[in-house]
Design a protein around this ligand. Structure first.
Ligand code: ACO
Length: 337
């Protein structure tokens, strides 16, 4: 039987600068009332100028490694997978820099790009490295500095996104252990690729002097079109992940969903027929942190006592690509460092 990937460490980092809705309302045509009622977001943390994704990833990674070493006696990691939409540079990947700054030496390290589903794709990649024997332990980080790709004049994205990082350590183990990841459900639909996009700066529309006046280097999202898709895809993915794990959806104690919008989280709960209290909400304090949102929400739920060892736990995400996914596990005795 393939080796399971078992969660044994958890760490997070948020940049210290906190920007509330009222502050945004002084710069943009928006209001605290609109942002809270349409999204549930009250504030977000933003990186300072000069602070890059790797800086946040290293802090979260260090804490996850510390959590793994103090809780499970797991020292270091044999590989690093970094999920991000906002790498330090378009080339090379940011993960090798994170690995070396963490003192992990010459381990395999690569980035995963699945926007807000990135952390789940990262877990799948990490679990694959363990299953094939390429690594016995993997640091999976979700880290973002969305503030670096948001249009300063776009109220519809600046109200939503925040910066931050979260990480877990996976180690090789048995499928029936607490913390062992169940079968992953992942999907994509490239026919919706323009709904969430940075239009320029890639090979389709490279930056060139001749197109400088029409290039769009900023993140764009067709929020309303994405909304319904997000609810349906996450609910379906959780149902399938639970079934593959041999659980009924109503048996899920805690469902940590990607923190995009509290109305999406509530709609997923309603669609699954689960009480909304089983869905931890963290976005009120950090906004949508894309690939970092699930590990940040996990750590917040553990700290608040809402997620405890033995809880039947599901993780679910939806994001650009379009992409989506879900996975189950019994929450292990792991606390954020
Ligand atoms: N303040 C005030 N008004 C605003 C703001 C704001 N911050 N943002 C948008 N509006 C306005 C719009 O301009 C629009 O005005 P109009 O009717 O005059 O054109 C109106 O509010 C309604 O805009 P919608 O975009 O339809 O608002 P909606 O209620 O759908 O909320 C939101 C927008 C919050 C983005 C919502 O659609 C959403 O959460 N969508 C899903 C996002 C998601 O899940 N994305 C995937 C994951 S994220 C990722 O992958 C990176």
């Amino acid at each position: 039987m393939a080796r399971a990937a078992v969660v044994c460490g958890l760490g997070t980092h948020l940049p210290s600068r906190v920007v509330g809705n009222d502050h945004l309302a002084r710069e943009l045509d928006t209001s605290d009332e609109w942002i809270r009622s349409r999204t549930g977001i009250g504030q977000r943390h933003l990186a300072d100028p000069g602070q890059a994704t790797s800086d946040l990833a290293v802090e979260a990674g260090q804490r996850a490694l510390k959590s793994a070493s103090s809780g499970a006696g797991q020292d270091g990691a044999d590989a690093v997978v970094l999920a991000t939409t906002t790498p330090d540079h378009p080339c090379p990947a940011t993960a090798p820099l994170v690995a070396s700054r963490l003192g992990l030496g010459t381990v395999p390290a690569f980035d995963v790009a699945a926007v807000c589903t990135g952390f789940l794709y990262g877990l799948a990649a990490g679990a694959g490295l363990i299953a094939t024997g390429t690594a016995d332990s993997v640091l999976v980080v979700g880290a973002e500095t969305y503030s670096s790709i948001l249009d300063p004049a776009d109220r519809s994205t600046r109200a939503i996104f925040g910066d931050g990082a979260g990480a877990v350590v996976l180690r090789a183990g048995e499928p029936d252990e607490p913390g062992a990841l169940g079968p992953m459900v992942l999907g994509s639909d490239g026919t919706g690729s323009e709904l969430i996009q940075v239009p320029s700066g890639g090979s389709r529309d490279p930056f060139r002097a001749e197109n400088a006046d029409r290039a769009d280097p900023f993140f764009r999202m067709a929020g309303r079109q994405v909304f319904r898709n997000a609810v349906e895809r996450m609910a379906e993915a959780v149902t399938e992940a639970a079934a593959r794990a041999g659980w009924r959806p109503e048996g899920v104690d805690v469902l940590v969903a990607h923190q995009a919008n509290v109305r999406i989280i509530q709609a997923v709960a309603d669609q699954l027929g689960l009480p909304r209290e089983r869905f931890p909400v963290h976005l009120d304090r950090v906004g949508n942190t894309s690939a970092a949102s699930i590990p940040l929400a996990l750590a917040d739920a553990v700290t608040a006592g809402a997620l405890r060892p033995g809880h039947k736990t599901a993780l679910a995400a939806f994001g650009g690509g379009l992409t989506w996914g879900a996975v189950t596990m019994t929450w292990p005795r792991v606390a954020p460092a």
